[in-house]
Design a protein around this ligand. Structure first.
Ligand SMILES: *Cc1c(COP(=O)(O)O)cnc(C)c1O
Length: 497
């Protein structure tokens, strides 16, 4: 029997996985969840030695039950191919006794590629399955990495258009250039005069706009989402945690059944939620260490049980984590409330009204698998420098936050459990900050982005990734900007409706 999906706020039930992927967000503003989290149906030692693609099939088939084997295997084969610069797809690097799971070997050199290289294939397969004849318009808010990875996936995919909103001034130079040079006649990029939360809330408002939905339908369009609220992004992310565990087994770093910890640099709570799903499927994970930068709303939440977004938004050198409303947390809240949709709806109403909510003691107990931590800008830079000087291994600013938080955690708790640290971006995507962390301000002052990229390459001996080479000379193709309240008109303008 197929797994069915429902909204965390109770407004929609009995939705198939392909419908949930097509819709993105539920009509009531909730997020789709499977009615149960399936269990891994093979012993872990049988997964050791399998390719990434085969592991992906074994995991994804348990969630996406209305896709046929052929459909899933074909989506997987087209997603995880030579676009990745290593056959392993997600290699595990052992550094000082920790394991960095490198999730940045895809075409846009950030972990978003892990899910966004497959989402367009899942979505077009889902559209065929459900006899959708509208053109699908992907609306996406990005803190820097999702936008590029989504466009790379959807560019020139027949039957789709994609519109990306990013916060002007809130992304790195490389991230901005990557987006503004994007090819594909069906892609549009808009800089908004606001921060990521403004972009994300604006997109959610457009999704909930019934008037707009009618106008779109009349013109032959329907919206969907490539943001991490889409279950079609969450499910592919579960795969690499299972794969990492199987790799540790294969390499005899752990014994079968041995528990590991996982540390994840967190923004919208998608990546770490996928790790939680893997744990719920039966993967032996003990503690999920949730690492934040100075926007430490999640750290405070795990420490106090109160989620409070009423605080200053800090622009940091790990921009993909500059988020005060972590959308995917809603899924965990729903689970921690014992799948009570009314309670979830109430808390989310408080979040959009007062900007804060407090969970019950029972819910906090449920959340005790998570440990929060945060790193300041200085701590992040210091960790990047220390790792490089001690080992020659180079990490980006987001991974630096995770590594710093993990070290604090280990010192604080004495927990020596083997730990996988999610490494979410290539250091070349954030060359300025990484170079400054290692060599000081003088090494970057007055230099342009590509001079720093080259200097980082000679310092580390790592060749400049193709994704960065490509934008060195690529022409700018996108110049649109808009205010936070002009997003609707901008979308209508792009679609000519
Ligand atoms: C998106 C992103 C994150 C945060 O991941 P979430 O799933 O939003 O928590 C961390 N690091 C990098 C480099 C990212 O692109």
């Amino acid at each position: 029997m197929g797994l069915s999906y429902l909204s965390t706020r109770g407004g929609e039930t009995g939705v198939t996985s392909s419908q949930a992927i097509l819709k993105g967000l539920a009509q009531d503003g909730g997020l789709f969840m499977p009615t149960e989290i399936p269990k891994l149906d093979v012993p872990l030692k049988e997964l050791a030695g399998l390719s990434y693609q085969e592991t992906a099939y074994r995991v994804m088939r348990l969630f996406l039950t209305d896709f046929t084997e052929d459909e899933l295997r074909s989506c997987i084969a087209r997603a995880y191919d030579e676009k990745f610069d290593t056959e392993e797809i997600a290699p595990l690097a052992k550094v000082e006794g920790e394991y960095f799971l490198e999730l940045y070997h895809g075409s846009t050199i950030a972990f978003k590629d892990m899910a966004l290289s497959i989402l367009p294939h899942l979505m077009t397969a889902a559209a065929r399955k459900n006899h959708v004849d509208h053109e699908i318009v992907i609306l996406t808010a990005t803190s820097g990495d999702t936008g590029k990875a989504a466009m790379a996936g959807f560019a020139d995919v027949p039957g789709t258009k994609i519109i990306v909103f990013y916060p002007k001034g809130g992304v790195s130079k490389v991230q901005e250039l990557q987006m503004r040079t994007q090819k594909g006649d069906n892609t549009s990029v808009v800089a908004i005069h606001g921060n990521f939360d403004d972009a994300q809330s604006g997109v959610k408002r457009l999704f909930a706009d019934k008037e707009l939905e009618k106008e779109l339908a009349a013109a032959g369009y329907q919206f969907s989402s490539a943001n991490s609220i889409n279950i079609g992004r969450l499910v592919p992310q579960v795969v690499y945690y299972v794969y990492a565990y199987a790799k540790l087994l294969e390499n005899q770093e752990i014994e079968e059944g041995e528990e590991i910890n996982v540390t994840v640099p967190t923004g919208n709570f998608g990546n770490i939620l996928a790790a939680y799903f893997a744990k719920a499927m039966g993967l032996p994970i003990k503690t999920l260490i949730c690492a934040s930068n100075e926007n430490k709303v999640l750290y405070d939440f795990f420490a106090t049980g109160t989620y409070d977004r009423n605080r200053e938004f800090v622009l940091t050198s790990s921009p993909s984590m500059d988020i005060l409303i972590s959308s995917n947390l809603e899924r965990l809240i729903y689970l921690s409330a014992g799948r009570d949709t009314e309670a979830t709806k109430e808390l989310m109403k408080e979040l959009s009204g007062q900007g804060a909510y407090t969970v019950t003691d029972e819910m906090r107990e449920f959340l005790s698998d998570f440990a929060g931590g945060f790193a300041t800008e200085d701590e992040d830079a210091e960790e990047i420098r220390r790792i490089f000087e001690d080992t020659g291994y180079l990490v980006d600013t987001h991974t630096g936050v995770a590594a710093a938080v993990y070290r604090q955690y280990r010192q604080r708790t004495g927990d020596e459990t083997k730990t996988v640290i999610a490494s979410t971006a290539s250091p070349f995507k954030f060359s300025h900050s990484v170079m400054e962390a290692i060599k000081g301000r003088e090494a970057v002052e007055g230099k342009d982005e590509f001079e720093v990229v080259d200097a980082l390459s000679s310092l580390s001996g790592i060749p400049v990734p193709k994704a960065v080479e490509e934008i060195r000379t690529a022409p700018i193709r996108h110049n649109m900007e808009c205010g936070v309240h002009e997003m609707k008109d901008t979308v209508k303008g792009i679609l000519r409706i």
